[in-house]
Design a protein around this ligand. Sequence first.
Ligand SMILES: [Zn+2]
Length: 140
Amino acid sequence: MSQIKNPELILITAGGRIKCRRCTAKSSRTEEQCKRPASKLSKTSKCSRHGGLSTGPKTKEGKDRIRSTHLKHGEETLEAKAERSAKSVMFKYLLDLGNHVGLFYTQLKTRGRPPSGYVRLNLTDPEELALAILKILPNK
Ligand SMILES: [Zn+2]
């Protein structure tokens, strides 16, 4: 869809009884102007098929309002995801420490990729061992 030169701005329908704005989008195949009426909400004079519908809230207040109306249980909010990820990182460090001191019968591994925020530490180095111990302590 691209802009047409000198588009017809007015569309007369219903046998001349209805006069409205015409969509100004151009067909890329036929190079003709769209024959549908433009959406009343459209600022660029486009129909609903060519991007004339609302594109959603832009301000922070509007986005927060939409977010609050769509919130059902809060299990997939950004805060809940960050908390889950932090717990996964803590568990991964706990597992590394358990493997390092020989707490388990075998070397235990977790499945899949490491959680974001996890950096593999060399636990034979005392500084990095202390860092790993600090990471498994709860923050609260
Ligand atoms: Zn159109």
